[in-house]
Write a protein that binds this ligand. Structure first.
Ligand code: PMT
Length: 222
């Protein structure tokens, strides 16, 4: 029933968890499987959009008819997103981005010798950069993974980063979120909060796209 309601749109989606190398065999990463972002890419493609999927490493099969751009680090994701974001009418940042990276990388495999302290530096905030260069009419939607006070932290993130909406995951709930085939989220805008109950990521992707299209309806335009 959604057929082609995204035709004419270019949707840029990020997915997966970025990785920051410590040495040639180790990295700092997170539990994102990429399933949520890939489900969004597949759903947007089915609905007629041109889809660009900037993907950190995942074990997933690349969706058909989607332009896939593989990246590993946050800095690579930033570069590929910034290069393409001006083409996008809708930007959805489902990736779990490494917020810190090692200040130094060891060229050789690090040896185990007593306690180890890592010196880390913050990575670039891609979502804020995308918001800073937004063009008129472009919709920008972030995700947020929270473990406590999810709605309060999500609203705060929405306002701080200036996105149109944040899709909030309470990743402290068992059986949903990271790596699961199912998820439940809260779709947050500056004025509204909508709970989307637990369902498959495939179904949820369609619900999220509906809410994103709803942002263009008059009650959301301020
Ligand atoms: O991949 P799955 O296993 O299917 O799991 C899905 C998911 C739980 C990973 C996903 O739905 C999700 O919540 N992704 C966002 C996780 C996250 O990194 O949240 P955050 O609160 O740290 O970041 C908030 C937003 O800012 C995100 O849109 C993120 O892409 C963006 N960000 C964060 C840091 C950074 N340096 N640059 C960014 O752009």
């Amino acid at each position: 029933h959604h057929r082609n309601d995204l035709s004419g749109e270019t949707v840029l989606i990020t997915a997966g968890g970025t990785r920051e190398a410590l040495d040639p065999v180790r990295f700092l990463g997170n539990r994102s499987s990429g399933k949520m972002g890939y489900a969004l890419a597949e759903a947007a493609e089915r609905r007629g959009a041109r889809v660009i999927l900037v993907s950190a490493p995942t074990a997933l099969r690349p969706p058909a008819n989607v332009e896939i751009v593989p990246v590993i680090t946050t800095e690579e994701m930033r570069g590929e997103v910034i290069n393409r974001v001006d083409q996008a009418s809708i930007v959805i940042k489902a990736a779990a981005v490494a917020d810190y990276r090692p200040i130094r990388q060891s060229g050789q495999k690090m040896k185990r010798q007593g306690p180890l302290t890592l010196d880390l530096e913050p990575t670039a905030d891609i979502l804020s950069e995308v918001v800073a260069r937004r063009h008129p009419g472009q919709l920008i939607v972030g995700f947020a993974a929270e473990t406590e006070n999810a709605v309060a932290h999500g609203r705060d993130k929405l306002l701080r980063k200036g996105a149109d909406a944040i899709v909030l995951n309470d990743v402290s709930r068992e059986g949903i979120g990271f790596d699961s085939d199912r998820n439940a989220v809260t779709f947050l805008t500056a004025q509204t909060s909508l709970d989307l109950p637990e369902m498959t990521k495939r179904d949820l992707a369609d619900r999220i796209l509906e809410e994103i299209l709803g942002l263009r309806r008059p009650q959301h335009v301020v």
